[in-house]
Design a protein around this ligand. Sequence first.
Ligand code: SF4
Length: 675
Amino acid sequence: MAYCASRFHTVRRITREVRVGSVAVGGSNPIRIQSMTTSDTQDVAATVRQSVALAEVGCEIVRVTAPNVQAARCLKDIRAGLTAAGWGAVPLVADIHFLPQAAMEAVEHVEKVRVNPGNYADKKRFAVRDYSDADYGRELQRLHEAFSPLVKRSKELGRSMRIGTNHGSLSDRIMNRYGDTPLGMVESALEFLRIAESHGYREIILSMKSSNPKVMIEAYRLLVQRMDAEDMHYPLHLGVTEAGDGDDGRIKGAIGIGSLLLDGLGDTVRVSLTEDSVYEIPVARAIADKAMSLWRGAAPDGPRSDSVDPYHFVRRGTAALQLATGADVGPGQPPRVIVRIAGAGQAAGALKELSSPRLKETPAEGLLVPVATVAEIGALRAAFRAAPGSVCFLVLELAPGLGAAEVEASLAEAEGRIVLLRRFGGGEGAALAQWAGLARRTGHLIAVDASARDIAGLAGALKAVGDDRLIVTYSGVPLTGIDHPVGAYRRIVEELLAAGIGAPVWIRSTAGTAVRGDNSFLSRLIEASFLTGSLLCDGVGDLVSIETESDAARAARLAYNVLQGAGARISKAEFVACPSCGRTLFDLQATTQRIRAQTAHLKGVKIAIMGCIVNGPGEMADADFGYVGGAPGKINLYVGKQCIQYNVPQSDADARLIALIKEHNKWAEPEPARA
Ligand code: SF4
């Protein structure tokens, strides 16, 4: 069953409107931006200051943690302080884990309460045991009794609520029956939703967060599908939790949130960053504005969905292409990275820069160069010969005026395989056949840049090229009411499938495939995350290029960061770090940076740094090692899901973490330059 009106156009999902104080979420309202304070909630002045700072930069809803009843009582003064500062219209949300008593206090003072269905009425004590149907029924009855008072009081006071499921903190009951799966996350929320509905209470917003964008995307889609089946139309709060900081945190957030917004899902967003929360707001704003620019009332006639299973990741099968030693493309190969430069005249400088040892883990494998004359091809080949380095194949972006015969002559005795990239219209089958003949005679490859409609027109000629020398790509045209860029690529994949063509697909982030590009690095990062990240999470993409970034080294790094964010190619250590909140037991930003400085070179190792144990152990489910606040000044160290060392003094924790990494044979000494 479909979870959205169209996989090609952004048709906004219709939801009920839920009021969070004076801010309405869902319905016909714009996407609302929200964030969370990180101060100790009982430090009322600091929390008011942070709330004001967030409101001043455009945060529309502010969340504050309420870890206990005393903190929940402080929300009254925080509410008053924020109002006194002139921000009475900005609603406050109490964030509750574990303690129904804290929720009952908080609901008296703030406009909305967030509960985590994984721990509202359950202790974390995962024990493997089977729940019989009768056991499960008794658990649900216990849940009903624990949750109903909050529902009834919220209804009386006109408060709204978020049922906020986290992948990392599912209840034992759910874990035993469904595992830590998207389905388990959805069932966890539905249990609470049904209790709320049994009291006629519907002022509810839902979230399905995970630190893994793929899990989060699948969980939200599944939730919507299940809600539609039960005629439920609640708004969605979107977020990737524990995303970390810097570009990596922004990329993970943009991939997860962006994918869903392009599908038309999502009514309020939070970009979690392990940075001061005010830095989350411009990122969330940019993501929301881009997505809202795509909103349309209905999808045009024609197919609304594609052959991708949106609930289970499977990488699209393709033919294997032999491009260059160490840079094959297709099954079992990671997506290859191509960097574009402005012209053959820049090639020598770019090749030198790209072979720098500091780019060892993020090598540009292909160099894409626009060429308008055969003389430029000669100059480019000479530069390539003279600078052997990480780049192992050339891609020639052929100007439309270049003829196949003159290009063929310029390719004699080429060094390695060359990819000939050319744009083809749907009626250019004969021209494509001519270029395919050239490719066969010279042993090179053809990359066909075409829209889905043109692919349909070229199907016969494409088939004749053969999957072993064909790459398909799309550099886009400015969007004018047609598919969104991810949809444009999805249609291309469908056309290839229909024609029985298994050619690899090259995802190109260009001005033409941007939703709404501008000249900032943030915009380029978000656009690349939307397009490349969303498609990679669909299982599509064998080569990638971020062509909106003109600096070659930065373009390569950005491409690798997006690949890592989507889990498609790992080039460095990964850090899962919570954004911190009033529960945080140490300086999360400084600690994350310190640990990163010591371990960033451990390619493929995943380290979680979590401020407390609320989400900590759960969110670390797929991390190799964890550094979790256990008590003030004390750290718990994990290997996988298992706590190995409790209450390590913080001053020793870094060294003990590194010792654990060594014990488990995941350590490598940093290279001398780095050390
Ligand atoms: S894991 Fe971090 S953000 Fe989550 S509750 Fe704990 S300290 Fe707060």
